[in-house]
Ligand binder design. Structure first.
Ligand code: NAP
Length: 256
């Protein structure tokens, strides 16, 4: 019997990168997966990949910054896949999108998933929530490029991203404590730099790839599958006594 047999999971941001890898990994371990993304085509593509490999999946469009849409996605998962045991609040954007948008997606988006997801799981007898935070939820970020002058404020994007991800770690701890007695475990993963479309623009700048690699003691960037492996563990009963953590999966980035 596979580790996640009979479980149903909602994965946000499942149309690309880490979320797609999560959906594929959870399915490979037996879970049925609702693939939700603001990019509906991407979500459908992920669901098709899961189906091709013999898994059970559905897809839907979801903007995690809209509370009512998050509530509806949770209910739709139950209606279409026959239950819900895990919620993976993974959707996110880079800080270059500006303060309001970054906070709305990366922090409020996770909050709506926790607020309504933890409640639903508790009502149904328990479950597991995994939030995708970041090393930026644990430490500040080092700039990959020197700014030419002080004509404008430095790294406003990094500030918004770091604030949102630190908030995700805080929410993870608070919801873990609040919902522990109802059998709902709440954890976060803090990835280092991962090779996904989100980081493509950063990695493409001359010299940036080598610089980023040098920040990770393992000497390379991570792969989406390495984050998905940690997520599957945290969802599974192998993590039955783990709640309220922000697990670095970062090649040693935060150990330095
Ligand atoms: P990605 O490849 O860009 O995937 C993110 C997905 O989320 C995209 O399909 C994106 O759609 C979608 N999305 C954006 N806004 C959304 C919204 N409002 N509602 C629902 N879906 C939305 O990025 P990724 O690297 O896999 O990132 C996944 C998560 O990991 C994010 O929370 C990110 O902050 C976190 N993370 C990434 C890294 C890294 O190095 N890659 C490191 C640490 C943490 P569009 O493409 O249409 O925008």
């Amino acid at each position: 019997m596979a580790r996640l047999d009979g479980k149903v999971a909602l994965v946000t941001g499942a149309g690309s990168g880490i979320g797609r890898a999560m959906a594929e990994r959870l399915s490979s371990e037996g879970a049925a997966v609702m693939c939700a993304d603001i990019n509906e085509e991407g979500a459908q593509h992920t669901a098709a990949l899961v189906s091709e490999h013999g898994g059970r999946a559905a897809a839907m469009q979801l903007d995690v910054s809209a509370e009512e849409q998050v509530k509806a996605a949770l209910q739709r998962t139950v209606d279409e896949l026959g239950g819900i045991d895990a919620v993976l609040n993974n959707a996110g954007i880079g800080g270059a999108n500006g303060w309001d948008t970054t906070i709305a997606v990366n922090l409020s988006g996770v909050y709506w998933g926790l607020l309504h997801g933890a409640q639903l799981l508790a009502e149904r007898g328990g479950g597991s929530i995994v939030n995708t935070a970041s090393i930026a939820g644990l430490v500040g970020l080092v700039a990959t490029q020197q700014r030419p002058s002080l004509a404008e404020p430095l790294t406003p994007g990094a500030g918004a991203y770091v604030a949102a991800k630190h908030g995700v770690v805080g929410l993870t701890r608070q919801f873990a404590i609040t919902y522990a007695r109802y059998g709902v475990r709440v954890n976060a993963i803090s990835p280092g730099y991962i090779e996904t479309p989100m980081t493509a623009g950063i990695r493409d700048v001359e010299g940036a790839q080598a610089f980023l690699e040098s920040l990770h003691p393992l000497g390379r960037l991570g792969k989406p599958e390495e984050i998905a492996a940690a997520a599957a563990f945290l969802v599974s009963d192998d993590a039955s006594f783990i709640t309220g953590i922000a697990l670095p999966v970062d090649g040693g980035y935060t150990a330095r």
